[in-house]
Design a protein around this ligand. Sequence first.
Ligand code: ADP
Length: 368
Amino acid sequence: MAEISIRGLQKSYRKKEKGTMQEIPILKKIDLDIHDGEFMVLVGPSGCGKSTLLRCIAGLEDITGGELSLDGRRINDVAPKDRDVAMVFQSYALYPHWTVRDNMGFSLSIRKVAKEEIDAKVEEAARMLELSHLLDRFPKELSGGQRQRVAIGRAIVRKPKVFLFDEPLSNLDANLRAQMRLELKKLHQTLGVTMIYVTHDQIEAMTLADRICVLEGGYARQVDPPLTIYDRPVSRFVAEFIGSPPMNFLTVTKKNATLCGEGVSLTLNEPQQKLSLPQRMILGVRPHHLSLQGQGDASVKATVDVIETVGWDLHLHCLCDGKPIIAQVEAAKAKGVKPGDTIGFYVDPAEIRLFDESSEDALLGEQP
Ligand code: ADP
């Protein structure tokens, strides 16, 4: 069992500003429950407080307010080594003059575990991570991916209740990142333990998480499974952060059952027409929900600016009354389309999101 409960967690740093000490709030009353065996990803832009939250859970930072508990036990003041959590850092943090075997067994040797037991646990972890043939090498004799696997192996041998990962793949090149991402997912399936993973990479968040917590400026904005975050973002910020290419936003005005403005002329479906909506809103539409069609009764009219060939699909960078949007369309369906063309897209009204113009919160909620 390893359930983490975070209640009203606050963290601030003291900083000297204009000659006086100021409290700078970093985490602002975060509530988050992480279930037993769950892969929870903390995601958000740089500086939003992800690492600070992870470090508070690890005990590497004191918390300023709130409650932190693991399996019902309050751990606010418990020392990091007694929390039964293991952290894997972006920088690997391996001892350069020790072999892989010694690096992996370190936490057990300081606990005076018998040598045979350490060897058995290190070898088991090494097998799991395909490191068995590298146990007598030194870190400098390993590739970046192998070093990160050693860092993960060092966490595994401790058999912690919770694994904490702080951007563990950031130092790897794109191919290796994708490979290690898959290995981490497999590792989670094999071990079935609670993992909390910090990243600013929304692809990692989408592919790894059971649930994602999106942070913005020290607030937890949405905590949901990846597809709920993708399909039902609670705000423009979440909608823009998750999904690549990002969601398009156009300002529209409601006239009876139709949304108009910035190249848009879209009739709401019947359930949407019954909702009480403001007169002006921000319309959000994902790039793959823009389907090419004739201009006749197009939902969105745009002028093609730049075409990016991706492979099976294309990214059409267009302008709608001067506002940039991206459409992701099947290459075969966009034959003959060239920069400067005026084109029309069909958008299924069931796929749109609407956001309040000033608060930027989602308006439709459980939109039909
Ligand atoms: P993230 O991981 O989301 O990029 P961090 O949690 O590392 O963000 O940092 C959040 C904010 O807290 C940043 O503005 C950072 O400058 C600030 N911060 C982090 N650690 C300290 C510290 N030890 N002292 C003062 N400010 C800090």
